[in-house]
Write a protein that binds this ligand. Structure first.
Ligand code: COI
Length: 350
């Protein structure tokens, strides 16, 4: 991989903020000033990373990531606090998850310290793209890619760790409640596969069922387990929770579900609110009985689910925004943005 290089002046622009209409932010590509690139030596060590202007990268057509999908990504956010400081949320968890994924895909990975250092550098170099308080976040997209050329089926001989950034607002406009379609034919993950790590290959297979569901007027798809076709797994880009009385349930982590960092945070927070939290097998019928449902993820944060349709049956959740999803959303975003005291050590101030 080659990137354009040259002297980097991270103080290139002295403006406090980039020229962005902060009130109109959605979740899309907005090119920022710098990206971070760190290559792995032939011996498997990541040594020196650098900031480089954000731009296209050059890859061999034989790169492992292009031919065999040997790649992982992460997602995390940097928020601007009211006092002007910038903070990250549970970045160590992203670093650890990338390490787990790298083992599964036979890739070397940066150390936790290298990962955190690289994220910090990327945020500081793109500081003017961190939205004002209350307007969103700077989304960081760390990637670990098999960039070496390979033809026979094998791990790539070279790897690149790269982070780019983009300012984002809500993933779903106005955090609108989702109308989900339960997909009962196509699957996202299989036992023993890569559904439990953030492999790039987990994502494009959802496009077909998602496009079918969208064509029918649904907002997104919920997948079931591929063995029994009966237990709830996850939504295309986020985890799911259901609430019944005082019990909050979410599918257990068994290798086919992404161990979401927001998922984990919500489990801790809901427990502290007095909910009984169960990580378990959730038969699809339990959705139809629930009082409330919502999804969690770095991009979606905590987003309510308005309805779920399964084999012609439809359930509407009427609790709306006063419900647990809203309480958890405020708790998570409060800690992420510094409005609520972080007594869990989840934030890292830059
Ligand atoms: C995230 O929530 O950060 C994700 O990685 C999901 C992505 C498909 C937008």
């Amino acid at each position: 991989l080659q990137t354009s290089s040259g002297p980097i002046n991270t103080a290139d622009s002295n403006e406090e903020y980039a020229r962005v209409n902060w009130d109109e932010l959605g979740f899309g590509v907005i090119p920022t000033d710098f990206m971070y690139v760190m290559k792995c030596s032939k011996e498997g060590d990541f040594l020196h990373g650098n900031l480089t202007p954000y731009g296209n990268i050059e890859l061999s057509p034989s790169a492992g990531v292009l031919n065999y999908g040997q790649g992982l990504f992460e997602g995390l956010k940097a928020y601007r606090r009211e006092d002007g400081g910038i903070q990250l949320f549970r970045v160590d968890q992203n670093a650890l998850r990338m390490k787990m994924g790298a083992e599964r895909l036979c890739m070397p990975s940066p150390s936790v310290d290298q990962f955190i250092h690289a994220v910090k550098q990327t945020v500081l170099a793109n500081k003017r793209w961190v939205p004002p308080p209350g307007k969103g976040a700077l989304y960081l997209r760390p990637m670990l890619l098999g960039t070496g050329a390979v033809l026979g089926l094998a791990p790539a001989p070279e790897y690149t760790f790269l982070i780019f950034a983009a300012p984002v607002g809500n993933y779903h406009k106005d955090q609108a409640a989702l109308n989900l379609y339960v997909e009962d034919k196509l699957h996202r993950a299989i036992p023993g596969g890569t559904g439990g790590v953030k492999s790039i290959t987990n994502y494009s297979p959802v496009f077909l069922p998602q496009s079918h569901a969208k064509a029918k007027g649904f907002s997104d798809v919920l997948f079931l387990d591929s063995v029994n076709g009966k237990y709830v797994e996850e939504i295309t880009a986020c985890n799911i929770f259901i609430v019944k009385d005082n019990v909050l349930s979410t599918p257990a982590i068994q290798g086919t579900i992404l161990p979401g960092i927001t998922r984990n945070s919500v489990i801790e927070l809901a427990t502290s609110f007095g909910y009984q939290v169960e990580e378990r097998l959730i038969p699809v019928e339990d959705l139809l009985e629930a009082d409330e449902a919502f999804c969690t993820g770095t991009a979606v944060i905590v987003n309510p689910i308005g309805s779920i349709s399964y084999q012609g049956k439809r359930v509407e959740y009427r609790r709306g925004k006063g419900a647990l999803a809203q309480k958890l959303y405020e708790a998570v975003v409060g800690i992420q943005t510094g409005l609520v005291e972080d007594n869990k050590g989840w934030t890292l101030q830059l």
